[in-house]
Design a binder for this molecule. Structure first.
Ligand SMILES: [Zn+2]
Length: 86
């Protein structure tokens, strides 16, 4: 009998997090690239699916993306940015 496995917080986090999610660090590194794709009318989710997955789960990162898009007049519409709708 396996004991303690499903009580492990890391396992629970793994099971509840999108496996494509690249995490905050990589998202921060590539967020300007993601923003450029949004502004270029490309499909950021197709190019950077791991970041799109992260932005759906991480509010601080999603807000940073909005911060990159807002100054250039991009409407603060999460669905348009490929971030999903809450
Ligand atoms: Zn994040």
């Amino acid at each position: 009998m396996t004991e303690g496995f499903h009580d492990n917080a890391a396992v629970i986090r793994f099971l509840t997090t999108d496996p494509a999610d690249v995490g905050c660090e990589q998202t921060m590194e590539l967020l300007h690239v993601y923003a450029d794709l949004v502004l270029a009318g490309e499909y950021p989710e197709a190019h950077l699916p791991g970041i799109a997955a992260h932005l759906r789960d991480c509010n601080p990162c999603a807000e940073d993306l909005q911060g990159l898009l807002a100054p250039v007049g991009w409407p603060l519409d999460r669905s348009a940015a490929g971030v999903g709708v809450y």
